[in-house]
Every structure is written in structure tokens, then in C-alpha cells.
Design a protein around this ligand. Structure first.
Ligand code: GTP
Ligand code: K
Ligand code: MG
Length: 420
């Protein structure tokens, strides 16, 4: 494959900028700039020269093919983090006939060269986007190959079951087919159970990965936008004493003690003759219904029953206006807001308990296919049983991208950065 190159650090001024190359010839391309690099995986301090022009003093290293992230020959330069240096070095490689990498192309090569399975690639994508501790931990497990290892165990179970079925066919007398050994059904029941555990943990895992959506709703002037601003510690939303101030949905992403949560500020719920306000209220209702949880805010402690769902939170606002109301919150004094966030965290934490490893819809579908293949197999003749086992193994191959990965690659890698 041709040599690709890219800046692996974010472009712009910084302490260090890293440029990475991959493909056979990466080392000699860097040698043309830096002089000889005898040993792989060792760091050299070198003067980089474009002909006679000194570009920078840099740290340089290279990896042999088979011993690098992409599986190809890879070289890396750590430059001083000035965009003008990076530009010149990138231009040098382009002039040598090398090609700038596309988004995610290094990782794509790692996948194509068998250095990573598709679930690891998805995990790496999650890791690069992780914002909270829970997301980081889950992404590390996935990118570290945990699902691949689990899947290998499942595969060995299928291989063992398949072999037992085969042997019962081979030795069967044509007239009197031998029974399939009980062990086959025991293995498949065990696998069925393990797949079910993973499948049941999807919803929770997916919430960790994608984050929760919590809609703040209530009548106009309840103080919804004020609450959002207080939590954000800045003016995210317009606040005024005019009922119907908020129209569009305003999103605030927060890290709630390790959980990714998007709070939605919404239009105050009321009948209105104003066309634009009505559009805002419709939108508020739709998003509120779709959210994971609704925080119903009002001065009176009432809520719109048509929007109430099990597990929602009811909160009274403007505690500072009425000293008798100890259970309410105030966005002016901050009273009760920490407790409210604590309550929210408790509710959401409860919803992620039992989270499994499988957090992408694609992975879920493969597991469901595998499970379906080995469901209701009691009493099947050996040939059909063998076929079911093959289908299940196929689905596991799909899970890791050994087959059928093409349709997913572009989708996955477009979300990656250039240089990854
Ligand atoms: N005293 C007091 N006033 C508050 C508090 N929260 C909000 N307000 C006031 O109540 C009025 C309405 O606040 P907003 O935050 O705009 O209310 P809202 O629910 O977003 O209103 P809409 O967007 O119109 O639906 C403003 O004048 C705020 O200053 C509070 O905790 N205490
Ligand atoms: K208002
Ligand atoms: Mg508002």
C-alpha cells in the first residue's frame, strides 16, 4: 500500500506536533529528511533538512511492519508545535510522492491488516470521543479487545458443539441415525444464556456511551432557563420575566459525576395564540417525551400529567420567594440544586447498572442473530443443527468484522480525525 502521512496532533500552535507516516517506504521517506534511523522503536534526535534548508530539530522514530499500530512500516516525527514547521514537513512528504491520509485511514489499515477487530475500532472511536469517566472506562474495555476475547470463547463453544454434531452424523448408521449427544444442547444453552446477558446489558451500555437526555419542562416563567444557567455557571439561555421567553430547545452537555447528560431547556408549556410560541411548545413536548427523563419544574409543584412518566422528577422553583418551602430549589441562592443533581445522578446510575460491553447497535444485531440461530433447536436433526451452529459462528464473525465489514467502515471512519 502507498505511504500515507498526516499530522496526528490537533492542528495549530502547541508544545509538540506529531506527524505520522504509514506504508512501506515510511522509514526511507523520513530518512530523506532526517538522516539515517538505524534501529526500529528507538527515538533519535535529528535535524530535519529540506535540501539545505534546516526545518527543525525533532525526535524521530520508526516501527517495522508487523510491529506497528497499522501493521505496516510506520514512522513518527515529534516536531516543535509551530504550524509553519508542520506545513513544511507535510509539503516535503507530498513532494516525495506520498499521499495525505484520509480521516481514520491509519486505523482502517490497522483493521484491514488484522491488527484490530471491528469492535476494537468502534471502541477506539468511542475513546477518542469520551468526555466522562464512565465513557472512558467503557471505551477502554471495548478498544482493548474484551468483546473480541469474549467472542473467541463463544466461537470455541460453537466449534466444540459443531464437532460433536458432526461425529454423531459420521458414525450414524444410514437406517438408524444416532442421537445428537446431550452435551451439544448443554453447550448451546450456556451460550444462549451468555448472549442474552450481553444483549440485556445493551440499553444501559448504550446510555453510557451516547449519554442521557434530561428535559427540563414546566409552565412559562417557572425558572427553567434560570436553572439551566445556574447549573452551567454561565448564561446559556435567555432569562426574562416575560412568559414565553424560550422558544427553541437549548442543549447543555454536562458531566454528572462521570455520566454524560444533556440537559434540555424548553419552551414553557401553555396554550398560546402566538404561532411561533406554539411551534416551540410542540417541539418541547416532542423532545420531552423522547428524553430519558423529565424534570418537571414549577412554582406550585404541579406538572403536566400528559408528560409525566415513571421515574420523572418533580421540583418546585423559586424557594427564595417563600421561606417556608424547604423542599424547593432556588436558582438565585443555589438552594437545593446540588441535592437535585445528586438525585438525578442516583436515578440515572440506577439505569446503567448491568451495563454490558455491547454499546453499538451493529454489535447488538450480530449478537441477536447469533442467539436467534441457536434458539429453539430442541429436536432438530443433526444437519439442521450443524447449519444453526454455522449461522451462529457467522454472526460472531460479523460482530468482529471478519465478514460484512465493508458497509460499516465508511460510516465508522468518517467520525474519526485525520491522523488517527
Ligand atoms: N426569585 C427568583 N426568581 C427566579 C428564580 N428562577 C427564575 N426566576 C425569575 O423568574 C423569571 C422567569 O425565569 P426564566 O428562567 O426565564 O423562566 P422559564 O421557565 O425559562 O420561562 P420561559 O422560557 O418563558 O418558559 C425571571 O424573571 C427569573 O429571574 C428563582 O429561583 N428565584
Ligand atoms: K421567562
Ligand atoms: Mg426559558
Amino acid at each position: 500500500m502507498d505511504v500515507i502521512f498526516a499530522e496526528a496532533t490537533p492542528s495549530g500552535r502547541g508544545g509538540v506536533s506529531i506527524i505520522r507516516l504509514s506504508g512501506s517506504g515510511s522509514r526511507s521517506a523520513v530518512e530523506a529528511l532526517a538522516g539515517s534511523l538505524p534501529q526500529p522503536r528507538q527515538v533519535y534526535m535529528r535535524a530535519l533538512r529540506d535540501h539545505d534548508d534546516l526545518l527543525d530539530h525533532a525526535l524521530v522514530l520508526w516501527f517495522e511492519s508487523g510491529h506497528s499500530f497499522t501493521g505496516e512500516e510506520v514512522a513518527e516525527l515529534q516536531l516543535h508545535g509551530a504550524p509553519v514547521i508542520v506545513r513544511r514537513v507535510l509539503r516535503f512528504f507530498a513532494e516525495q510522492g506520498m499521499r495525505p491520509a484520509e480521516a481514520g485511514e491509519f486505523t482502517r489499515r490497522a483493521f484491514l491488516n488484522g491488527k484490530m477487530d471491528l469492535a476494537e475500532v468502534e471502541g477506539l472511536g468511542d475513546l477518542l470521543e469520551a468526555e466522562t469517566e464512565a465513557q472512558r472506562r467503557m471505551a477502554l474495555r471495548l478498544s482493548g479487545g474484551e468483546l473480541g476475547r469474549r467472542s473467541e470463547d463463544w466461537r470455541s463453544m460453537l466449534i466444540r458443539a459443531g464437532a460433536l454434531v458432526e461425529s454423531s452424523v459420521d458414525f450414524a448408521d444410514e437406517e438408524v441415525p444416532e442421537d445428537v449427544p446431550d452435551e451439544v444442547f448443554r453447550i448451546l444453552a450456556d451460550l444462549h444464556q451468555q448472549l442474552t446477558t450481553q444483549i440485556s446489558g445493551f440499553a444501559a451500555a448504550e446510555r453510557i456511551r451516547a449519554g442521557f437526555e434530561v428535559a427540563v419542562i414546566g409552565p412559562p416563567n417557572a425558572g427553567k432557563s434560570s436553572l439551566i444557567n445556574r447549573i452551567a455557571k454561565r448564561d446559556v439561555a435567555l432569562v426574562s420575566d416575560i412568559a414565553g421567553t424560550t422558544r427553541d430547545i437549548i442543549e447543555l452537555r454536562i458531566d454528572l459525576k462521570g455520566l454524560a447528560v444533556t440537559l434540555l431547556d424548553t419552551a414553557g408549556l401553555r396554550e398560546s395564540s402566538d404561532h411561533v410560541e406554539r411551534m416551540g411548545v410542540d417541539r418541547a413536548r416532542q423532545r420531552a417525551m423522547a428524553a430519558d427523563l423529565r424534570l418537571h419544574l414549577s412554582e406550585t409543584g404541579e406538572c403536566d400529567p400528559s408528560l409525566w412518566q415513571e421515574g420523572d422528577i418533580l421540583v418546585r422553583s423559586k424557594a427564595d420567594l417563600d421561606s417556608g418551602r424547604g423542599d424547593a430549589i432556588s436558582s438565585v441562592t443555589g438552594q437545593g440544586i446540588d441535592q437535585l443533581l445528586e438525585q438525578l445522578h442516583l436515578i440515572l446510575s440506577d439505569r446503567i447498572s448491568g451495563a454490558g460491553l455491547v454499546s453499538h447497535e451493529r454489535q447488538l444485531l450480530s449478537l441477536m442473530d447469533a442467539r436467534l440461530a441457536i434458539s429453539e433447536i430442541e429436536g432438530l436433526p443433526p444437519e439442521l443443527l450443524a447449519e444453526a451452529i454455522r449461522r451462529a459462528a457467522n454472526s460472531l464473525d460479523r460482530l468482529l468484522g471478519r465478514i460484512g465489514a465493508e458497509e460499516y467502515l465508511d460510516v465508522i471512519f468518517t467520525s474519526f480525525c485525520i491522523g488517527k
